[in-house]
Design a protein around this ligand. Structure first.
Ligand code: SF4
Length: 295
């Protein structure tokens, strides 16, 4: 389904998801506020929030809610960030214990203002979570400018799965992510793909102006870099100030990419309108052969 550049924000039928309220969802909101924790679920206005919060899962967003970069598809605010909260690792651990989570996904804003780009804080959060027996930790990180010193700090904390989103196809990168670089992303994925005992994941959004063939080519490229799990989901425009939706992708395209991903040897490919990189993250990891033995 193709759209004009000025198409309104109203979603077509089949792309609207209920925003109901459940007891579990309210409990998660209260816990987040009490613990002074952010989630990308709220910041990115994720359409799955009712489902995920009702199942008492969330993707925690560490290092504050203000980002140093301005990607044209993202609803997280761009502003000078505050210093990292030193209590965040402990607050995160306590929230995970209260929710009884076995698999935790953490992401962050870009912190280009910090000397270590936020790597030390990521490591502190992973280390705090790893004191909980049998908890697995999945990351969805910025590119850390592909700086080896920052990447090593995070690797030393031993996350189980590292996600870094490709986001889009190379042709659109400069326009939609002006402060980022496709080569930096692929270099990071390539480096991480060579690390032992680390599962590697990446995600793509569609509906930004790419073609189906470009998505196929990008899938092949990231598979060659070592990506094992890939997610593909529909871009939804957060506001009229954001990059316009080019099209709502149909089921046959998702089926095509899933088939291609299987042929390329991905461990898992989740593709569909509401798929986000952290959607059903626990089930994906636990059902894959990538899961490490419990320690
Ligand atoms: S899909 Fe991910 S970001 Fe969206 S609500 Fe669920 S956990 Fe949060």
């Amino acid at each position: 389904m193709l759209l004009t550049q000025d198409a309104p924000l109203r979603l077509p039928p089949g792309f609207r998801k209920g925003i109901g309220h459940t007891a579990n969802k309210s409990q998660v909101f209260k816990l987040l506020r009490r613990s002074r924790l952010n989630t990308v679920c709220e910041e990115a206005r994720c359409p799955n929030i009712t489902e995920c919060f009702s199942n008492q899962t969330a993707t925690f967003m560490i290092l504050g809610d203000r980002c140093t970069r301005r990607c044209l598809f993202c609803s997280v605010k761009t502003a000078k960030p505050a210093l990292p909260d030193p209590h965040e690792p402990e607050n995160l651990k306590n929230a995970v214990l209260e929710l009884g989570l076995e698999h935790v996904v953490i992401t962050s804003v870009d912190r280009d203002d910090l000397k270590d780009l936020g790597a030390g804080h990521f490591a502190a959060c992973i280390q705090a979570l790893k004191t909980i027996p049998h908890v697995t930790v999945e990351l969805l990180t910025p590119d850390f400018k592909n700086r080896p010193d920052a990447i090593q700090i995070v690797l030393d904390a031993k996350p189980d799965i590292w996600g870094h989103n490709t986001e889009s196809v190379p042709r659109l990168y400069k326009q939609i992510r002006p402060q980022s670089n496709f080569t930096t992303t692929t270099s990071l994925l390539s480096y991480l793909g060579r690390q032992p005992n680390l599962a590697l994941k990446s995600g793509l959004m569609v509906g930004l102006g790419e073609t189906d063939d470009e998505v196929s080519q990008t899938l092949s490229l990231i598979r060659d870099l070592g990506v094992q799990i890939v997610t593909i989901g529909q871009y939804l425009r957060p506001s009229l100030k954001h990059w316009p939706v080019d099209r709502y992708v149909g089921a046959e395209s998702y089926a095509r990419w899933q088939h291609e991903a299987q042929q390329l040897g991905f461990e898992a490919c989740y593709a569909g309108p509401f798929v986000r990189s952290s959607y059903h993250a626990k089930e994906t990891y636990f059902s894959s052969t990538l899961k490490r033995p419990a320690c």
